[in-house]
Design a protein. Structure first.
Length: 165
């Protein structure tokens, strides 16, 4: 059963892309350490209410960037040569990034768990880029991610609420 926050996001996400961009525009004026600290706090609070396994929007909606270090680590675990792993699972996208070649991710299981969770790509470990004092440096990602991840959607709104009050 999905959380009330996920259900709220599902109802609002289609109409909210302009609002997400406007929130980011306002938050961009507040960039810096204070915003990053607040984002960390809000991130933790929102993720206490949302279980990623109820959604998996990231795994079904966007192929992650896969670094050379990711390829080395994952292919070793699969007992594959890195070139064979790349040929089987990766592609280069329109931005020139190396990404998974399928959406949903080929490692996503039916219960929304990741079959390579312990060795997953760095991009997967860092998603949705709203914590670890990295919020400000990832501003360009938050508006589009709010359409993919209910947590980002609610994190943006809660940060803006706290700044206003």
């Amino acid at each position: 059963m999905s959380s009330p926050l996920i259900e709220d996001w599902k109802r609002k996400k289609e109409k909210s892309s302009t609002e997400n961009r406007e929130i980011i525009k306002r938050l961009s004026q507040k960039k810096g350490k204070q915003l990053d600290v607040l984002a960390d706090q809000v991130h933790d609070a929102v993720f206490k209410k949302i279980d990623c396994l109820d959604c998996a929007g990231c795994c079904t909606g966007i192929p992650p960037i896969v670094t050379k270090a990711d390829v080395t680590r994952i292919s070793k675990d699969f007992n594959l040569k890195p070139a064979d792993f790349e040929r089987q699972y990766l592609t280069v996208d329109e931005d020139g990034d190396t990404v998974m070649n399928a959406t949903p991710c080929p490692f996503l299981l039916n219960d929304n768990k990741c079959s390579i969770y312990e060795i997953r790509p760095k991009a997967c470990r860092q998603y949705p880029h709203t914590n670890y004092l990295d919020f400000s440096k990832n501003m360009r990602l938050h508006a589009p991610n709010a359409g993919i991840c209910p947590a980002v959607f609610h994190i943006l709104r809660e940060i803006e609420n706290r700044i206003r009050n």
